[in-house]
Ligand binder design. Structure first.
Ligand code: AMP
Length: 399
């Protein structure tokens, strides 16, 4: 059992950092409540114990202090719905100072209080110690359940932990699950361990590939970034995405992989298109001989079969980034095939972790979200974790 699960919150005010940075429509209604739902089990445990919950979150990127557009007030009705009728949700018009203190003092066991957007104070993103200390005074115990911001050393995600004793700071259930599954893949992976890396740009994924060269047995590279690797070997990639300035680095990564005995799998064929559009003309083509005027927008049929084989013989899978422009129907097949193979190998007992905005969107879209072992909620945080960096939000709790 985790420290959070063992802790008895009866009579305690729990200061809970969540990620309620949700998308809203023009009428301020929540259009995707995944992140809010993800925090509900942690909230429930605290109120079931007889504690009170004080929620802190950022919301959007307000540049100039408080604005209605970025007020967390808009989220109260939806939060109340998810928390249920037995427990009341209150709102404080500021996250520190009198409005916050007054609202906290009125709380009774089982109540939930949502504090106004932390980023209305510029001290939050600066990691200001004075601001963190003011926040810390609102609660008896600090719980961090915002994995999505764990890679930031902000006041509420990291610095605040300095004002609580070791026994009074902990991960919530969501964060605990994220950290455990990421550590399982990174530190205790059962071999063969296949990392599937896709997406548009090599430059975004260099560090993660370098770090995975130390841990993975196989690395599948798909998506737009695969073509830079083909070009680095002197191949013709037509008008496919290519980062010219990364060609030497791509060549070096291939050399390093060979030296370390890590198998790099590139898509041998592609679905190519005569323009970047949903109604483009398409055909199948070898990825290393794409004619001028054509671009690879998805992995081809042979690559799907090759990658499937590698995935099905794995015991651990990490997947970050789509295999093609899956937002357009004509270029979905590659990403869908990968999702299917990952689901299949998971059913056979492998551990699979999917993370990063677009691959999460893809598994959700294709209905595989419940068929993989873990879907991470933290895009940037997950990427940094697998780059081998220390995440301030995790370190602050562990120290
Ligand atoms: P990233 O944010 O780097 O993970 O990249 C995700 C984006 O890469 C998605 O929007 C995809 O449409 C895009 N993408 C994937 N494959 C390709 C490709 N072959 N050419 C251009 N864009 C691609």
């Amino acid at each position: 059992m985790s420290i959070f699960e063992q802790y008895n919150f009866k009579g305690k005010k729990a200061l809970l950092r969540v990620d309620f940075n949700l998308p809203l429509n023009e009428s301020f209604q929540v259009t995707d409540d995944t992140r809010m739902r993800a925090a509900i089990p942690t909230i429930q445990k605290i109120i079931n114990d007889g504690g009170t919950v004080i929620l802190m979150s950022h919301f959007g990127r307000p540049k100039e202090g408080p604005t209605n557009k970025y007020s967390l007030f808009h989220l109260v009705p939806h939060l109340q719905k998810l928390v249920g009728d037995q427990n009341e949700v209150f709102f404080a018009s500021d996250c520190i100072g009198e409005p916050a203190e007054k609202a906290v003092n009125l709380l009774e066991a089982g109540d939930v209080l949502l504090l106004e957007n932390l980023r209305f104070h510029k001290e939050e993103e600066k990691g200001d110690a004075g601001f963190a200390e003011k926040l810390s005074k609102l609660g008896d115990v600090y719980v961090n359940d915002a994995f999505g911001t764990a890679h930031r050393a902000h006041a509420s995600t990291a610095i605040i932990a300095d004002y609580f004793s070791k026994e009074e700071k902990m991960f919530g259930l969501l964060m605990e699950g994220e950290v455990k599954s990421a550590e399982k893949v990174m530190l205790q992976s059962e071999k063969p361990f296949t990392a599937i890396i896709g997406g548009a740009k090599v430059s975004d994924k260099i560090l993660i590939i370098e770090n995975l060269l130390e841990r993975a047995t196989d690395i599948i590279i798909g998506g737009g970034m695969a073509y830079t690797f083909w070009k680095a070997q002197g191949k013709e990639i037509g008008n496919s995405l290519c980062e010219e300035d990364r060609l030497p680095l791509a060549a070096e990564l291939l050399k390093k992989a060979a030296a370390k005995g890590v198998n790099i799998h590139l898509p041998v064929d592609s679905t190519i298109a005569d323009k970047f559009a949903a109604d483009a003309n398409t055909k199948n083509c070898e990825s290393h001989a794409i004619p001028s005027g054509w671009m690879g927008l998805d992995i081809g049929a042979q690559a799907r079969a090759d990658f499937r084989e590698v995935i099905l013989s794995s015991k651990t899978i990490l997947w970050n980034g789509p295999m093609g422009v899956f937002e357009m129907e004509k270029f979905q097949a590659g990403t869908k095939a990968i999702a299917e193979a990952v689901a299949e190998v998971t059913q056979k007992g492998a551990f699979s972790l999917v993370g990063g905005g677009d691959s999460v969107a893809a598994v959700n879209q294709f209905g595989f979200n419940n068929k993989v072992s873990y879907v991470s909620t933290g895009g940037g945080a997950m990427l940094e974790f697998f780059e081998g960096k220390v995440l301030p939000g995790i370190a602050a709790i562990n120290k």
